[in-house]
Design a protein around this ligand. Sequence first.
Ligand SMILES: [Zn+2]
Length: 131
Amino acid sequence: MREKFMRFMQGRNGVDDLSKALNVVILVLLILSIFTGWGFLYAIAFLLIIYMYFRVFSKNIPKRYAENQKYRNFRYDMTIKWNNKKKEWAQRKVYRFYRCPICKQKVRVPRGRGKICITCPKCRTEFVKRS
Ligand SMILES: [Zn+2]
């Protein structure tokens, strides 16, 4: 039986990080649909289950690999953003954070200096803010 399954899975994508993430989303949607009674959550979960199994049993491995890689890049970006937010939160009593109005570069300035003129380190735009 085990061997039969292994032969069946040969040349197929199998479970990857994206399938695992989908699994978590499906579980959350199902639990939410139970507590809220919203049928559309159940429907979305059902479609995601089909999509997840389609990916696991797919033989188009390069395409599935590319999807998985996209998901992993997205997760990596989110982790970086989350860590930056955590750092900002830890420094919130000492520094203030602003974004340059032109290039959106994040700028950190010390607190408690009154109104100050900030020069963007990236594009040299000057803007006035309270520190
Ligand atoms: Zn700038």
